[in-house]
Design a protein around this ligand. Structure first.
Ligand code: 13P
Length: 254
């Protein structure tokens, strides 16, 4: 993921969300390893906390990165149920999602907390994947770009050096798990706005991923857009064939 600093290599991350089992994870990873070895695109999976150790062992020596879906902004102490960035880093975790819309909506995470989590992640050497996205009501009210700008503001305020080591993921809430993908043009419009903000900060090379009902059937048209550097994939990341198709599409768009 450190490649994000210098390049906009295509990147496909699977977000397993709260899915999986020891057996299902083992067969999914075994199926993905040959597909992702030597792939043009960089590939990673974000697994639930209890399975990180299994994923670490299963992916040892492979090109597939692995990460977590959340991290505490705190270093240690009386925070029951939380997991620190240092704990994740200690056994080889490379990246962590922060500010996924499901965390923002179900756990009332604010953009300031998301920025604090990104800082904690970087402090332990993890790459934060900062997720932003508008709701359907916000899109219909014409507020999409303003919402994205507001969500990114506390993160961009961390400065160019910090942001250069992050990945941004644009995931419109209305497209997540709904089968309703943003059109490539709708996604590109937002990605271009995010890219402009990154450029203004002096870090135009930061990877910006699209997420929301990405499938092997629509990945190529999304990844062909100028400012879309890959995907953050939910449901289709649980299906080895579909995920492999997305990785392949990313490679062809590179
Ligand atoms: P789906 O691909 O299932 O729409 O989920 C997207 C997502 O939330 C990835 O983080």
């Amino acid at each position: 993921m450190s490649a994000s600093i210098a390049s906009r290599r295509k990147l496909v991350l699977g977000n397993w969300k709260m899915n999986g089992s020891l057996a299902a994870n083992a067969s999914l990873l075994e199926a993905l390893k040959p597909v992702c070895t030597g792939a043009v695109a960089q590939v990673g999976v974000a697994a639930p906390f209890p399975y990180l150790s299994q994923v670490q062992l299963a992916l040892a020596g492979s090109d597939i990165l692995w990460g977590a879906q959340d991290v505490s902004a705190q270093a240690s102490g009386a925070f029951t149920g939380e997991v620190s960035a240092a704990m994740l880093a200690e056994f080889g975790c490379r990246f962590v999602l922060v500010g996924h819309s499901e965390r923002r909506s179900l756990h009332a995470e604010t953009s300031e907390q998301v920025a604090a989590k990104a800082t904690a992640a970087q402090g332990a050497g993890l790459t934060p994947v900062v997720c932003v996205g508008e709701s359907l009501a916000e899109r219909e009210a014409g507020q999409t770009l303003a919402v994205i700008e507001a969500q990114l503001a506390p993160v961009l305020a961390l400065g160019a050096q910090a942001v250069a080591g992050m990945v941004i993921a644009y995931e419109p809430v209305w497209a997540i798990g709904t089968g309703r993908t943003a059109s490539p043009e709708q996604a590109q419009e937002v990605h271009a706005a995010i890219r402009a903000q990154l450029a203004a900060l002096g870090v135009p090379q930061v990877q910006v991923l699209y997420g929301g009902s990405v499938k092997s059937s629509n990945a190529a048209s999304l990844f062909a857009m100028a400012d879309i550097d890959g995907g953050l994939v939910g449901g289709a990341a649980l299906d080895a064939k579909d995920f492999a198709g997305i990785v392949e599409a990313a490679g062809q768009a590179a």
